[in-house]
Design a protein around this ligand. Structure first.
Ligand SMILES: O=P(O)(O)OC[C@H]1O[C@H](OP(=O)(O)OP(=O)(O)O)[C@H](O)[C@@H]1O
Ligand SMILES: Oc1ncnc2c1N=NC2
Ligand SMILES: [Mg+2]
Ligand SMILES: [Mg+2]
Length: 215
C-alpha cells in the first residue's frame, strides 16, 4: 500500500484564513484540509495509480454523491497523465449511488440507489473512487456487489480514511489521500444531511451545525 498524509488529531487551520461561504461560517469549527492541498495530493495519487494500473483499459467508478469532487479532479489528472506520459490507455467512467448515513452516523444499511448495472466492468481494471472510509461498511458492500460483475481487477482509492479503531472494519483501500482524526468532516462534496457539499475546503462541523441541520 502506498503512503498517505497523516492529519494529526490537533492539526487544524483557522476559518478566518480561508474563503468560507457566509451561510456556513457559524456552523464550522475549523478547516482541516484546504482545497489546494487536496488537489496537490490528488495529482500525485493520479501518477501513482497510472503507474500501477494504466497497462490496460481502466474504468473509474465514482461513488456518488460524496465522491464526485474527488472523482472529477482525480479523473482530470489521470487524463492529463495519460496524454503526457508517453504511454496511454483507454479510460472510461461509471457512477454508482450509495447511501448509508443519516445525521453524523451510519445507519448500517448501505443502500445502492440506481446505477447498479455494472456490466461495463466485466474483464476490465476497475478503480473505485471514494471520498471517505469510516466504518468501512459502504466499501465492503460495494466490493461484494462489484465482484459479481467479474472485473479483471479492482483497486480502491479513497481521499480520506478516518482513524476509527472502535467502529472500523479495519478495511484499508489501495490508495489513500489523507488519514484523518475521528471527527465529522464536511466540504469538498462531503455532506451532513445534504448540506455543506457546496463548501470548498474539508472542515470540521461544530455543535451548532450538528443541531442546525439535524433531521
Ligand atoms: O465507511 P462508511 O462508514 O460506510 O462511511 C463512508 C461512506 O459514507 C458516506 O456516504 P453517505 O452514506 O453519506 O452518502 P453520500 O456519499 O451521498 O454523502 C461517504 O460518502 C462514504 O460513501
Ligand atoms: O466525517 C464524515 N463526513 C461526511 N460523511 C461521512 C463521514 N464519515 N462517514 C461518512
Ligand atoms: Mg458516500
Ligand atoms: Mg453523506
Amino acid at each position: 500500500m502506498a503512503g498517505y498524509i497523516k492529519i494529526e488529531d490537533d492539526q487544524t487551520f483557522s476559518k478566518q484564513m480561508f474563503c468560507i461561504p457566509q451561510h456556513y461560517e457559524d456552523y464550522l469549527e475549523s478547516v482541516m484540509i484546504p482545497k489546494g492541498l487536496i488537489l496537490n495530493r490528488t495529482e500525485r495519487l493520479a501518477r501513482d495509480i497510472c503507474r500501477d494500473l494504466c497497462h490496460g483499459p481502466l474504468v473509474a467508478l465514482c461513488c456518488l454523491k460524496g465522491g464526485y469532487q474527488f472523482f472529477s479532479h482525480l479523473s482530470e489528472f489521470i487524463i492529463n497523465y495519460n496524454g503526457t506520459s508517453g504511454h496511454s490507455v483507454p479510460f472510461s467512467i461509471d457512477f454508482i449511488r450509495l447511501k448509508s448515513y443519516e445525521n453524523d452516523g451510519s445507519t448500517n444499511d448501505v443502500k445502492i440507489i440506481g446505477g447498479d448495472d455494472l456490466s461495463s466492468v466485466k474483464g476490465k481494471n476497475v478503480l473505485i473512487v471514494e471520498d471517505i472510509i469510516d466504518t468501512g461498511k459502504t466499501m465492503k458492500k460495494l466490493l461484494e456487489v462489484i465482484s459479481q460483475f467479474k472485473p479483471a481487477q479492482v483497486k480502491v482509492v479513497s481521499m480520506l480514511v478516518k482513524r476509527t479503531p472502535l467502529r472500523s472494519s479495519s478495511y484499508r483501500p489501495d490508495y489513500i489521500g489523507f488519514e484523518i482524526p475521528d471527527k465529522f468532516v464536511v466540504g469538498y462534496a462531503l455532506d451532513y444531511n445534504e448540506y455543506f457539499r457546496d463548501l470548498n475546503h474539508i472542515c470540521i462541523i461544530n455543535k451548532e451545525g450538528i443541531e442546525k441541520y439535524r433531521t
